[in-house]
Design a protein around this ligand. Structure first.
Ligand SMILES: [Zn+2]
Length: 58
Protein backbone atom coordinates (compact mmCIF):
# COMPACT_ATOMS: atom_id res chain seq x y z
CA UNK A 1 0.00 0.00 0.00
CA UNK A 2 1.27 3.45 -0.82
CA UNK A 3 1.90 5.65 2.20
CA UNK A 4 3.32 9.09 2.93
CA UNK A 5 6.96 9.31 1.89
CA UNK A 6 9.46 8.86 4.68
CA UNK A 7 13.20 8.42 5.04
CA UNK A 8 15.69 7.53 7.74
CA UNK A 9 17.37 10.32 9.64
CA UNK A 10 20.24 7.97 10.49
CA UNK A 11 23.40 9.06 8.60
CA UNK A 12 24.51 5.44 8.10
CA UNK A 13 21.36 4.61 6.12
CA UNK A 14 21.22 5.11 2.33
CA UNK A 15 19.90 8.42 0.99
CA UNK A 16 16.60 6.96 -0.19
CA UNK A 17 13.01 7.59 0.67
CA UNK A 18 10.25 4.99 0.93
CA UNK A 19 6.55 5.28 0.19
CA UNK A 20 5.31 1.71 0.50
CA UNK A 21 4.44 0.03 3.76
CA UNK A 22 5.37 -3.36 2.25
CA UNK A 23 8.98 -2.34 1.66
CA UNK A 24 11.34 -4.48 3.77
CA UNK A 25 13.95 -1.72 3.75
CA UNK A 26 11.42 0.82 4.95
CA UNK A 27 10.21 -1.57 7.62
CA UNK A 28 13.81 -1.96 8.76
CA UNK A 29 14.02 1.71 9.69
CA UNK A 30 13.49 2.14 13.41
CA UNK A 31 10.44 4.22 14.29
CA UNK A 32 12.60 6.83 16.03
CA UNK A 33 14.63 7.26 12.80
CA UNK A 34 11.60 7.57 10.52
CA UNK A 35 11.20 11.11 9.24
CA UNK A 36 8.28 12.14 7.05
CA UNK A 37 9.15 13.55 3.64
CA UNK A 38 11.26 12.63 0.63
CA UNK A 39 13.97 15.11 1.67
CA UNK A 40 15.20 15.39 -1.93
CA UNK A 41 16.35 11.77 -1.85
CA UNK A 42 15.93 9.23 -4.62
CA UNK A 43 13.05 6.83 -4.38
CA UNK A 44 13.88 3.42 -2.95
CA UNK A 45 14.13 0.85 -5.81
CA UNK A 46 12.11 -1.68 -3.81
CA UNK A 47 9.29 0.81 -3.35
CA UNK A 48 9.46 1.56 -7.06
CA UNK A 49 9.14 -2.11 -7.99
CA UNK A 50 6.26 -2.56 -5.53
CA UNK A 51 4.55 0.35 -7.26
CA UNK A 52 4.97 -1.07 -10.78
CA UNK A 53 3.75 -4.47 -9.61
CA UNK A 54 0.63 -2.87 -8.14
CA UNK A 55 0.11 -1.01 -11.40
CA UNK A 56 0.22 -4.24 -13.40
CA UNK A 57 -2.36 -6.00 -11.25
CA UNK A 58 -4.72 -3.01 -11.20
ZN1 LIG B 1 11.48 1.28 0.11
Amino acid sequence: MEILAFHSSRPADPDLYHDHDDCPDGKGIASWNRTVGAFGYHRCPICRSLDSRAGLSA
